[in-house]
Each structure stands twice: as C-alpha cells, then as structure tokens.
Design a protein around this ligand. Structure first.
Ligand code: MN
Length: 257
C-alpha cells in the first residue's frame, strides 16, 4: 500500500464474492497506483445478498493489514462499517465494488451484492462504481485484461464525479472487448428458478438456480452490449421512482392531497 498523502484520493473497495476472491485481488492491484485504498469485503461469498443491512447480528471485523478488513457481513455492511467506524467517519472519494465473477446485467442488478456495494456508496453521496465480468466457456474470468479500462474510468470519475445518488454499473464481456457502450438496464427471463431435490433424510429441499436465461435484448440494453462483445456502462440511480406511473396515478384520483 502506498504512503498516505492528503493529495491522494481515498478509494473504498468492496465486493460480494468475498475477501479472498481473485476479482477483488485484481481490482486492488489495478487501483493501488491511483489512491489510498481501504478494502472492506465480506469474509465469505455474499453473491445475491442485494442491499441487505445486518441489524440483528453482531458484525466481526478482522484487520488483515493496513486498511484491509474482512467483515462477517454483506457488501452494504462493509461499506457502512468502513465509512462510519473503521475510517473514523471520513467519506471516501470513490467506492468501487467488484470485480464480480459473472455478469450483473438486467434483472441481476436487483439481486446483486456487487451493485449494492456501489449503491451504498451512492446513498452516502459518494461517486460509485460496480464492476462485473462475464465467465468464459471454460469457466474462467480474465480480470487483469480490464485493468487499463478500469484505471481510465476511475481517473475520470475522480476528476469529474457523478450526480448525487448516481453509480455506474460496468460489465465486461468474456472475450476481448471490441469497444465500450453506454447502455440502459435491460431485462432477462430465467427459465428455471429453483430445483427440487431430496436430502439424505428424505426431506425435500430447494436450490435457487437461474439456469437458462433469455435476454429480451433491448437494442440499447446491457445484454445486447455484452452479446456484441462491448463493455457495458449503465448509469443507475438510488431514486427508484417510476416517473410515468407517478403521472398516471393522478388520473386515478390519487395524490389530490
Ligand atoms: Mn458475486
């Protein structure tokens, strides 16, 4: 880790694949030249944890190095604790979450702990970035391939910032990218959502597994960009209000007060 300096930006790094994930290690290596890092990541896999905040259980923090923390919680817990306890309440200049093993496109965004880690940064009014990479046919992810893009984007984010409550959701294709596309959050349909089996005691259990997916393929959507081997950059916002419905509800006679 580089020596602390008042001129160096402070970057908070988290993920949802867990502290030992290769994607986190790769991300830390990419970002170390750009600022002083605090790494606060779950001590185990937390994929699919969405924006859960742990309220009913104690959280354990293991300091594994200078500014390096393994936490027994979700990505949201990690960002929250890092900002309010572990670094003395000083907001970072940027929150970066990832690099996730596997895409977070379309509906994945709703379930994703990776996106939630960045969303928590956005809720704290800090420019934030979620990074996810597709798994190739052999089950591998080449994280290091994206170092130059990540450093370039992070440099721009530190210089330009983002609107309040805004984060960027970035997805990398499995093969060498052929370009970068600014996209919208697409949709996708899971064909199988759960598998039923029987345990050794004869009791049924269920395993949630998004087997096959059928992307709906909006031309400006994140799926399409990935299918066409582009890096997808989707701006997301913490305000989930759906403006057209808000207008339409007036016709229902609601909102007169
Ligand atoms: Mn994950």
């Amino acid at each position: 880790m580089s020596a602390s300096s008042p001129t160096r930006p402070r970057i908070l790094v988290t993920n949802d694949d867990g502290y030992d994930a290769p994607g986190l290690r790769a991300l830390v290596e990419m970002l170390e030249p750009l600022g002083d890092l605090v790494v606060a990541a779950p001590d185990r896999e937390q994929s699919g944890s969405s924006h859960a905040l742990t309220l009913e259980l104690p959280l354990r923090v293991t300091r594994v190095g200078d500014g390096r923390f393994r936490i027994s919680g979700t990505p949201t817990d990690c960002v929250h604790l890092a900002v309010f306890s572990l670094t003395g309440g000083r907001l970072p200049d940027l929150v970066v979450s990832g690099i996730n093993r596997g895409l977070n496109v379309g509906d994945d965004v709703i379930y994703s702990g990776t996106v939630a880690g960045a969303m928590e940064g956005a809720l704290l009014h800090v420019p934030s970035l979620a990074l996810s990479a597709a798994i190739d046919e052999r089950g591998n992810v080449d994280y290091a391939r994206h170092g130059e893009f990540v450093r370039g984007l992070v440099t721009q984010l530190l210089e330009r910032g983002l609107g309040d409550g805004v984060l960027l959701n970035v997805n990398f294709p499995a093969t060498a990218p052929r370009g970068v596309r600014v996209t919208r959050q697409g949709t996708r349909r899971y064909r199988a959502t759960a598998v039923e089996r029987v345990d050794p005691s004869g009791r049924p259990y269920f395993w949630i597994a998004g087997a096959d997916v059928a992307p709906t393929g909006e031309p400006d959507g994140d799926h399409r960009a990935i299918a066409e081997q582009r890096i997808s950059v989707t701006p997301l916002h913490t305000d989930l209000t759906h403006a057209p419905t808000r207008d339409r509800l007036g016709e229902w006679g609601l909102g007169e007060g």
